[in-house]
Design a binder for this molecule. Sequence first.
Ligand code: KG4
Ligand code: ZN
Length: 341
Amino acid sequence: MGLERPFYILAIESSCDDTAAAVLDGDKLLANVVNNQEVHRKWGGVVPELASRAHQQQIIPVVHAALNDAKISKEQLHAVAFTRGPGLPGSLLVGAVFAQAFARGLNIPSIGVHHMKAHVLAHLIDEGQSIPDFPFVCLTVSGGHTQLLRVDSPLKMMILGETIDDAAGEAFDKIAKMLGLPYPGGPEIDRLAQKGNPRAFKFPEPKADGFSFSFSGLKTAVLYLIQREQQKNPNFLEENKADLAASVQKTIVSILVKKLEAAAQNCGIPRIALAGGVSANSELRKQLELLRQKGYDVFIPPFSYCTDNAAMIGVTAWHMLLNGYTPKEIELPLARWSIED
Ligand code: KG4
Ligand code: ZN
């Protein structure tokens, strides 16, 4: 398959609660449209059935908007990339069926992409910035995953450690719910923490082995603290919300950064990257800047490529093709799919 430029890729992401489409020329982004589904807010978390229904309603307008923004007609496309997994089965199905039918209609190949690999490879979207050399160590932190990876090439990633219970984003979201904050709670805690004292409350850090993470103990510690203090003062939560947010954020970030630095040291790799929705967190970004001062090369994606988007799906498909990947006839979505496959 010829890969000369221009090579226009339409990319589609629908693994969770964002319906997203992007258009790229190889690794250069031409359009990036993300429609976040508002319907979940009132339920305090993603409702899978509502998510797939909203994807069905949004996918055509979102694709249309991306092609419009890129000023590319569908006949000019060379390939269609889509998120094959991991993710919510119904949500994945909408994107996978649409993308493959669209590609078949145009007689062009379709490429199923691993969502977590794509979060890592968002760093390769070419905007003239410096790009990490391989191998590098990547901390992938999202609502569903917390993984420390050694990234050897665009296609080969090894898990050094991962969470044994909740993902970091899930911990942010669940604790935010205890604080009475709306979903998704991560950005809400981040915002509130700006006004709080991170040393107001001290929470224990878990003793997970090696490069594994654990966040369920923190969640329980916060719950017990709130329950205990509310018995003495019914207004405890309202009066201490910002301090609680700042202290929780500091603890989660400290757990993440300590393991990340230890993993980089252990691998003897001085290049560190962040990926996934939680890398939008301001305290995490601040702590990574400190690692830069210690001599590490640190790569932090722009905000818009941290949370779910289709640009990362498109750039991953491009690198799969560059590395000799042969597109398949039909690919069923995979709700579970190891990043090492
Ligand atoms: O990667 P992503 O968009 O979706 C998944 O694949 O999970 O990540 C979403 C997660 C949510 O848990 C959300 O609360 C968290 O990323 N998040 C944040 C921030 N922005 C998004 N967590 C902490 N601070 C933020 N600023
Ligand atoms: Zn994601």
